[in-house]
Design a binder for this molecule. Structure first.
Ligand SMILES: Nc1ncnc2c1ncn2[C@@H]1O[C@H](COP(=O)(O)OP(=O)(O)O)[C@@H](O)[C@H]1O
Ligand SMILES: [Mg+2]
Length: 377
């Protein structure tokens, strides 16, 4: 009998998307082919503690896993390796990257982890930092590498790459927190000389619409600038795009393919945090009701965006279709998109002929393929 492949699913994390990540991980673990894969669950608490968890998978989404994990034997082993207070710094300081995974993956027979699936979103999960740890540890992992993850997370940087690639996008300006605090008048003048109201203000590095605001006038511009600056030291001010919001999933490594296109109809004025996770009234339409030619254009831009950042495995690329002209503008790329069974990424693939379990398996295969490809010939 062939040995099963050991997959570490890492979930939680310290970003604002901690909860979504737990729900995504629960779906992934439930749907992974258990005949082929053994799953090791590693949760990162909001305080940055890494905990090995051996309990029931249905306690992930609710968050109950954390208490259970703290009482298990494996955690005690891990704490010995990582230090009782395994805060982020200690983690790296007190143990080599490889031993972190050994600690998390070690059970009685001391088997090693073959592949990591970071089911994490946002800061420290999607931005290249944890990917660096996987590189140091020499373990194949699902998703984009260090560079693509970091560039994909930083909207100001992604825009430079998209511009170079010739993918249409709205006008934008970038300011540092320091500019906003010390030369607010200059910032306002600059914005008002380039963009009309309303405009969108957002942190360059964030997600889930955290810190994103729509400014209808100067007073709101000031308010939203300061709000966005709480979440990142770089702040973007963008032209307001009066468009329908559509998303496309991309899968692959060097020859990626694009799914069909889905539309999100937010229940609020824009797709803010509440519309995404609290009000639950936003609608998703797959496939989006758009002309064939627009769908084809979006899919083509999605693949180009993926390749331009040198992504790997998966990405969801979000666009606007201008209501008046039907013109397509790119909005952003998500290198580790939401992965719950009802999330757009897996839904788009399901509609394109790849069921959820198969999708997971493909991503794991792609992780190994990219790992081997990085090793010089
Ligand atoms: N320039 C813009 N014009 C119109 N709506 C925007 C613009 N930028 C963002 N939005 C709205 O805000 C939401 C969140 O912004 P986005 O850039 O996607 O950030 P996040 O990474 O947090 O999802 C979008 O889904 C959209 O509803
Ligand atoms: Mg978005």
């Amino acid at each position: 009998m062939n040995k099963k492949i050991r997959v570490a699913v890492i979930f939680g994390g310290q970003s604002s998307e901690h909860e979504v990540s737990r729900v995504s991980a629960e779906s992934v673990i439930r749907n992974i082919n258990k005949d082929k894969f053994d799953v090791v669950m590693v949760g990162i608490t909001k305080d940055g503690n890494w905990l090995n968890y051996n309990g029931p998978v249905d306690k992930l989404g609710s968050g109950e896993w954390e208490k259970l994990a703290l009482t298990t034997r494996a955690t005690a082993v891990e704490n010995k390796l990582l230090g009782e207070d395994s805060s982020k710094n200690k983690l790296v300081e007190g143990a080599s990257a490889r031993s972190i995974f050994k600690a998390a993956g070690m059970d009685n027979d001391g088997q090693k982890i073959d592949i990591v699936f970071p089911v994490l979103h946002g800061a420290n999960g999607e931005d290249g930092t944890i990917q660096g740890l996987f590189e140091l540890a020499g373990i194949p992992y699902v998703g984009a590498g260090v560079l693509a993850s970091a560039v994909g997370m930083d909207k100001a940087f992604t825009k430079i790459i998209f511009e170079k690639e010739g993918i249409p996008q709205g006008k934008y300006l970038v300011f540092n927190r320091k500019n906003i605090k010390s030369s607010l008048d200059e910032v306002i003048n600059k914005v008002e000389s380039v963009l009309p109201y309303p405009c969108f203000v957002k942190p360059s590095n964030a997600g889930s619409s955290v810190g994103v605001g729509k400014a209808h006038d100067r007073r709101e511009l000031i308010e939203t600038l300061f709000e966005a600056a709480k979440h990142d030291r770089k702040v973007l001010v963008e032209e307001f795009i009066n468009g329908r919001e559509v998303e496309c999933a991309v899968l692959g490594n060097d020859d990626p393919i694009a799914s069909t296109v889905g539309e999100v109809i937010p229940c609020n004025e824009f797709y803010d945090y509440k519309a995404k996770y609290i009000d639950n009234n936003s609608k998703v339409i797959i496939p989006a009701d758009l002309p064939e030619s627009t769908i084809a254009e979006i899919r083509e831009y999605a693949v180009r965006a993926f390749k331009s950042l040198d992504c790997a495995g998966l990405s969801r690329i979000d666009f606007f279709v201008l209501k008046e002209t039907g013109k397509v503008y790119i909005n952003e790329i998500n290198t580790l998109p939401g992965f719950t069974s009802i999330s757009m990424y897996p839904k788009l693939w399901e509609a394109s002929g790849i069921p959820y379990s198969e999708l997971i398996e493909k991503l794991l295969d792609l992780a190994v393929e990219r790992y081997n490809d990085k090793i010089s010939e």
